[in-house]
Write a protein that binds this ligand. Structure first.
Ligand code: ZN
Length: 289
């Protein structure tokens, strides 16, 4: 069963019980609904379909896909009536990465047998807005977790959907640590704000947002300082992985116990990128000499 939470008059959040607490958002209006992301497994997204049709006696006019990752987009095909909105890069990544990954996943996971990817037909780059039935949703490019992430701000009810720029542990393996820092600082400025819906995990209330974002920025700083130290002292992989996620202010049990694994992947990704850059600049220096 999906967890359904009504966080303001016209805003519902649906949280996956089957994979990493993914959140989908639903804005209801007299002219139809706007869905922000879908859930990882069709049987969970079906619960949203059921709720919209049977309980609200409505339909979904638009789906905003906040990025191209499988856990957020697999359910879009269950709303054939809706127009799909997304970032320019998302369309490209859906075709080049999500689609081949889905073909592979289908072979081992029968629950995904019927999933068909839907590509966004309405594309945005930096900023755009949707208006429907008195609701204004402002979408902004929010890269860092991945290059194509967008955040969505529901102006009338002061709700910010931060997508995976905000999850219980910052994760930039598919994106870039500096982009994520910039995005987090921008999210902190969102105002006025009542609730922040993370891509995964609990909804944050107004009073918690600043502290949580500061914790995430501190996590990124500590992680990067550690990676720099390991490189400067020419230490190995064991030293790199010796930094515990708990020492960086993030709970081990965050995201159903996934946090230590995501933390290790962050460490390895940052280390690998920095070593690559170092080697490139050394080669350039040699060529110049
Ligand atoms: Zn995700």
């Amino acid at each position: 069963m999906v967890l359904r939470e009504r966080i303001s008059e016209h805003t519902y959040v649906f949280r996956s019980n089957m994979y990493a607490k993914v959140n989908a958002g639903l804005i209801t209006t007299p002219e139809g609904c706007i869905l922000i992301d879908t859930l990882p497994y069709p049987e969970e997204t079906e619960e949203i379909v059921h709720f919209v049709r049977r309980r609200l006696r409505s339909n979904v006019k638009y789906i905003i896909l906040t990025h191209s990752h499988a856990d957020h987009v697999y359910g879009a095909y269950l709303f054939p009536e809706a127009d799909v909105i997304g970032h320019l890069y998302s369309r490209k990544l859906l075709l080049t990465q999500t689609r081949p990954a889905l073909t592979k996943a289908r072979q081992t996971n029968p629950a995904l047998a019927d999933v068909r990817l839907r590509l966004p037909a309405i594309l945005m780059e930096k900023e755009a807005a949707v208006r429907l039935g008195g609701a204004t949703l402002i979408m902004r490019h929010a890269p860092g977790h991945a290059p194509d992430v967008i955040s969505v701000y529901y102006r009338e009810e002061k709700v910010l959907f931060a997508s995976d720029a905000m999850m219980s542990i910052p994760y930039f393996v598919y994106g870039d640590i500096n982009d994520l820092r910039r995005t987090l600082r921008e999210l902190m400025e969102a105002s006025p704000l009542e609730d922040l819906v993370q891509g995964h995990g609990d909804v944050l209330l107004r009073g918690e947002v600043k502290t949580v974002i500061e914790t995430h920025l501190a996590y990124l700083d500590k992680l990067e300082a550690h990676v720099d130290d390991v490189i400067a002292r020419r230490l190995g992989k064991e030293a790199l992985l010796s930094l515990d996620v708990g020492e960086c202010g993030i709970s081990h049990i965050a995201l159903e116990g996934l946090a230590p694994r995501l933390h290790r992947e962050n460490l390895i990704a940052l280390y690998t990128r920095k070593i690559k850059r170092l080697k490139q600049s050394q080669t350039k220096q040699k060529q110049a000499a």
